[in-house]
Write a protein that binds this ligand. Structure first.
Ligand SMILES: O=C(O)CCC(=O)C(=O)O
Length: 282
């Protein structure tokens, strides 16, 4: 789905400046929240497709934008009154890159035992077209299952996932969009973006909203999560043991919905896992 003219252009320009600054400062790198979809260079100097997850943890002003309020209202119209903010992300694709955003379903990155009922509102921070990598979608894919994925190119050190079968890329719906608009996709919507062949970097700001999580109704396995060797994962654990645990806890508490018994079960499961890890470390 695509909506035109939903966000104020001045505010989007300010959001873009925040994104540029955070990326230039490599904010979130030490915490594992800034990473490249493609294999990383040690210093993160030339990312091909960078994602900064939870930028509003670093720039609190992002939590107070009219864009976020408007996105929340749209999410409530689509999912119901209980829709809550889940996360935000900046995406950065440099100029003249042949790196694509591979075909993927966002749900492929998640825990298969949990049913996520989420939507992603993706705001380009400049006009986007096929030339600089607008999003493309496979119509109706949100109604199907999570399809088989693998780390990009089968390389276990790669953070990005690519869908490897079960769809026809030739049937893609291309979504060029003027700045001010957004596309909306669900957790299982197959999506992709081509290379950025333009002279300017391509920035996007994505906001995810969701209903409280539930137990998946069928037994699923996402084998592409096994045997990964992610530099990001290492940075996450190092940062948590260095004191980054408190911001992590704060974020989790904000996401937590106390009215949902399943969210309590998930919290207990996570605490037990942390305790096991702590005992292992002693
Ligand atoms: O901006 C991009 O190229 C990727 C965006 C994306 O995959 C997402 O927001 O789920």
């Amino acid at each position: 789905m695509k909506l035109e003219q939903v966000a104020d252009l001045k505010e989007l320009a300010a959001v873009r400046r925040v994104g540029q600054r955070l990326l230039a400062d490599k904010s979130g790198f030490r915490e594992g929240l800034l990473f490249d979809f493609y294999p990383e260079h040690t210093e993160f100097d030339e990312p091909k497709l960078a994602q900064l997850h939870h930028p509003s943890m670093f720039e609190r002003g992002l939590a107070e934008t009219e864009i976020r309020r408007a996105a929340h209202r749209i999410a409530q119209q689509l999912l119901g009154e209980k829709a809550r903010f889940v996360s935000d992300s900046f995406f950065f694709k440099p100029a003249h890159t042949d790196a694509v955003t591979p075909w993927h379903q966002d749900e492929a990155f998640t825990d298969p035992s949990i049913e996520y009922r989420e939507i992603n509102l993706w705001f380009p921070l400049q006009d986007v077209s096929l030339v600089n990598g607008c999003l493309q979608f496979i119509q109706g894919s949100h109604l199907g299952p999570v399809l088989p994925h693998q780390p990009i190119g089968g390389d276990p050190t790669t953070h990005g996932l690519e869908c490897i079968e079960g769809f026809d890329p030739a049937s893609a719906v291309v979504c060029p969009l003027a700045v001010g608009g957004c596309t909306i996709h669900a957790g299982r919507t197959l999506h992709h973006a081509g290379p950025n062949e333009s002279d300017a970097p391509r920035y996007a700001y994505a906001l995810v909203f969701g209903l409280p999580r539930r137990a998946a109704t069928s037994v699923r396995s996402f084998p592409w999560h096994t045997d990964r060797m992610l530099s990001r994962g290492k940075r996450v654990s190092e940062s948590r043991s260095r004191g980054g645990f408190l911001p992590y806890l704060y974020r989790k508490l904000r996401e937590f919905d106390p009215t949902s018994p399943y969210e309590w079960r998930l919290a207990a499961r996570r605490l037990a896992k942390l305790a096991r890890r702590q005992r292992g470390a002693e």
